[in-house]
Each structure stands twice: as C-alpha cells, then as structure tokens.
Design a protein around this ligand. Structure first.
Ligand SMILES: Nc1ncnc2c1ncn2[C@@H]1O[C@H](COP(=O)(O)OP(=O)(O)O)[C@@H](O)[C@H]1O
Ligand SMILES: [Mg+2]
Length: 339
C-alpha cells in the first residue's frame, strides 16, 4: 500500500544533503519554521506528479549552486531521479531518461496545506486553481484541454490588445475557446457531481450533525453555440478592456452550507470540517478514477486543527501512506525525522 520508501536530496532549496526513510504508513517530520519541511514534501510531489506545487526549478535550486538532484525510491522498486542543471530538467525512471513524467509514471497525491483551510473564503482564482489541479489529477485529458484553452485565450487577448484588429481575425480563436471551454465546463460539473455525491455524508461523519454541504459551479453554463455568440457579442467591450471578459477562465466555485453561501454563514469550525471532508473525498475519487492509491502529504496543518479534527484526519487517512510535517509533535505520534 505504501509508495514512497526513501527520499534523498542534494541542493534542493535549503537542503544541501538530505535523506529520509519513509514509513509505510505514517512519517512525521518535525522542525522549526524555515527548517525545510515543505521543501521535502515538494520533492516528493515533484517525483510523483512531475512538477512542483510551489515553484520553478530555478526557485528550487539551492542558492549559489549549479545543480539539484532528488532521488525518490518507490516501493514497487521504481527509482525516480530528477536532475536540474540550471537550465534543463531531466527525469530518470529506472535508468530510462525523459524530459517529463509519463502518465504511467505519475501517482496521485492529496496535498493538504495551511492555505487550503481558507479555500472557502479565498479568491475565485485560488479556487479555480485548486479545482483545476484536482481535476487534472482525476483525468489527464482535463489538463490537456485546459492547456489548449489557455493558449487560445492568450492568442485572443493578444489580438484584442493590437492597435489595428478586425473582428473576423478573432473568429478562429473564438471557435477554439468555445470548443475547449464547453468541454472544461462539462468536466468541471461532472467532477463536482462526484464530489457532491459524498460531501454531506462525509461532512456529517466529521461534524456529527445534520447539515447539508454542496459545492456549486458558478459561471458559464452554456452550449458551444451560445459560448461562441457570447464571445462575439462582447467584442467591443473586450476590445476596450484588452482582455476576454467571458469564459471559463473567470468561473468560480461556491461552497454551500445548508443551501446558503458557506462563506459568511458557516462557522470557522464548520468551514474546516468541510475542507477536511473535501480532502477525504479527493483521496477516494483519485483512487477510484486513477486506479492507484494516492500518497497523502499533510503540510503543517495540525496547528490549524483542534484535537478532534486532527484525530479525524489521521483516522481517515490510515489506509494511505501519509507524510506529515509539523512544528510540534501531535499527541501520541512518533517522530521520524527532526530537522
Ligand atoms: N533555492 C533556495 N536555496 C536556499 N534556500 C532556500 C531556497 N528556497 C527556499 N529556501 C529557504 O528554505 C527555507 C525552508 O523552506 P521551507 O521548506 O518552506 O521550510 P518550512 O516548511 O520548514 O518552514 C526557508 O528559509 C527558505 O528561505
Ligand atoms: Mg512549510
């Protein structure tokens, strides 16, 4: 059931040399702020997903050195080595070199960071990014379509900013935005349904009450034709502003608590329980859809949760491999690494 066996880092952020043996169920890393805890999870994430959740390779590269190396041993005897020489990154999987991780080399990850606790009341772009990352993990194709959509959108926006432009010049980009955009809406709504199917029950399990939780998709819900018409209708406005005002890049997600907006109506604790429920569901959906058990990375969130919620977290993920970072030792837990 466990996936990551060993992590070995060289010149990775603040770590000159670092080694960690991971336990098959729970690994606890303890250290002060700034001691390099998040960086270790970043390396694991990089090996399992092919990219970092917080920065570029240049950001990762330890200051004043010219290469980094991360080696991650997986339990299925796979060895993943990532090297970056200041310009080029390379993955080596069991001796085979490649510039990126293929689908079969990727593993699902449930990452829980302190920022996620505030997802419900944070900005639309933060929520969009959050769900985009999740939906990319659920279905590779979502990421491909999103990439194509963003490219077409950028072309359209670039044209809108040109001094001289003809409305017809935008047509082919409008068609692409409408085509990819409606596919993204379809997948987003479909994935939300899967989450919503479980959200209330999972929440009630944590909170032990009768509240109802759902996540609503806010924004574009149109077919391809209507999407295209909207883009064309907005031409004059978009031209003045210099960007595309209509489309899935502006959509949002709203957490609902007993059919009211959770942001403003649910309490702090209720908000937190909803996020916990979402994380539990992520793990279940990823396991089902991807067919591999996700690794659970909990980055410094214990201080954000009371003891009851901490216990829920550990109990719920007990069948998954967890790598946990914290500044203080949570009650009744064994420390695997002290930084
Ligand atoms: N490329 C880098 N080279 C050297 N140090 C870095 C680099 N990137 C970040 N750091 C430093 O690494 C330290 C540890 O970061 P982090 O892993 O976030 O620690 P923690 O999660 O324990 O608070 C921070 O003090 C940060 O300034
Ligand atoms: Mg940290």
């Amino acid at each position: 059931m466990n996936i990551v066996k060993r992590v070995s880092l060289k010149n990775f952020r603040c770590h000159g040399e670092f080694d960690l043996n991971c336990d098959e169920s729970t690994t606890l890393i303890i250290g002060e702020n700034g001691s390099g805890k998040t960086s270790i999870l970043e390396a694991i994430y990089l090996a399992l997903r092919g990219k970092s959740f917080k920065g570029t390779d240049k950001d990762i590269l330890k200051r004043d050195v010219d290469y980094y190396r991360a080696e991650i041993d997986l339990v299925d005897a796979k060895k993943i080595i990532i090297r970056f020489d200041g310009t080029k990154k390379e993955f080596e999987i069991d001796g085979k070199k490649s510039s990126r991780l293929s689908k079969s080399d990727r593993y699902p990850v449930v990452l829980f960071e302190p920022n996620d606790i505030y997802l419900i009341g944070s900005s639309p772009s933060r929520r969009r990014d959050y769900f985009d990352e999740l939906f990319k993990q659920i279905n590779e194709n979502y990421g491909v379509i999103l990439g194509k959509y963003n490219k077409a959108l950028k072309q359209r926006n670039d044209l809108l900013k040109e001094e001289i432009v003809n409305k017809d010049d935008l047509f082919s980009w409008n068609v692409m935005c409408a085509n990819y955009g409606t596919e993204l809406i379809r997948q987003r709504i479909n994935n939300l349904e899967k989450i919503n199917e479980k959200l209330t029950d999972t929440y009630r399990n944590i909170a032990k009450n009768e509240d109802i939780c759902t996540i609503k998709y806010l924004g574009t819900k149109v077919d391809e034709n209507e999407y295209l018409q909207n883009l064309e209708k907005n031409y004059d406005k978009d031209r003045i502003l210099g960007y595309t005002t209509f489309g899935v890049h502006r959509d949002d997600y709203e957490f609902m608590f007993n059919n009211k907006k959770a942001d403003g109506s649910a309490s702090r604790g209720e908000n937190r329980s909803m996020i916990l429920a979402l994380k539990f569901i992520e793990a279940q959906i990823l396991e089902r859809e991807v067919g591999k058990k996700p690794v659970v990375l909990l980055d410094d969130i214990f201080s954000e949760l009371d003891e009851v919620r901490q216990k829920h977290l550990i109990d719920n993920f007990k069948d998954y491999q967890m790598v946990i970072t914290s500044t203080a030792v949570p009650s009744e837990m064994r420390v695997d690494k002290k930084l």
